[in-house]
Design a protein around this ligand. Sequence first.
Ligand code: ATR
Length: 289
Amino acid sequence: MESALISGKTRVCGIIGDPIEHTMSPVMHNAAFRQLGLDYVYLAFHVHQEELDKAIDGMRAMNIRGLNVTIPHKVAIIPLLDKLDPLAEKIGAINTIVNDDGMLTGYNTDATGFLQALLESGIKPEGKKVVILGAGGASRAISFILAGRGANLVILNRQLARAEDLAHWIAQVFPEETEALVLSEENLSLTLATADILINTTSVGMVPDINETPVPAELLKPSLIVFDIVYNPIQTQLLKEAESAGAKTINGLDMLVWQGALAFEEWTGRKAPLEVMKQEAMKALGHEN
Ligand code: ATR
């Protein structure tokens, strides 16, 4: 439904990051606000690291209702907030802020959005052997939420020390087995032979390097569930090859939409129109169906 564009009562949400121009979030959220006839607007703000504290002061001063937070601010922003949701506190990174009359609370809907995308596909992580590629910020949120749901993790990373640090941290919190290995063809072959789920959290295969894949095609098999969190392109080389191998696949768009939807619900108290958000993100990514 169409409503007046901007009024004296319009509530403001947005996203802060550096760089920020390529974000899909404004199209998703503005479409969702329009769909529900909500007097809200969502903008992208380019915020440099050294001005993060001023940006958060501005959020309070101008009563901005909510912000998404992206690279490189997801960890550095934490001391500037008043409260953290318990999951966000454990993960040590946030991607969503809710402003309740000056009280700023941080959430991590990357983690919960990832989990929703998985559950929505009918996959339960409990007791599954999950091979996770990458040990950066995204892997941290995903590894934590999966370990919390009783999955057994093997984290493979190019820099072994980062995988070891992450596995060590997970092992301190959860009883499930968590292993760390260097990302090599040999270790992929070894671990994928008995894995239920493979998750790519690295940037391998992202535009412009769309022909790259972190896993040789011959290691993919029909019994594997392959989740690539890269969403540009929506169907990465890894997902193409997984599909050819007969594996079930989940793409990064589902996680992108879910993390946005969960933030939207925190800001507005309304159920997010997931399908509209997904269609708009797809259009923005150059898919017209
Ligand atoms: P994010 O927040 O998206 O996870 P990040 O913290 O920069 O971003 O992490 C990027 C991840 O992609 C890391 O695991 C990185 O591996 P290293 O820790 O070894 O750098 C991984 N990565 C990026 N480019 C890669 C490549 N060409 N091959 C393998 N791994 C790569």
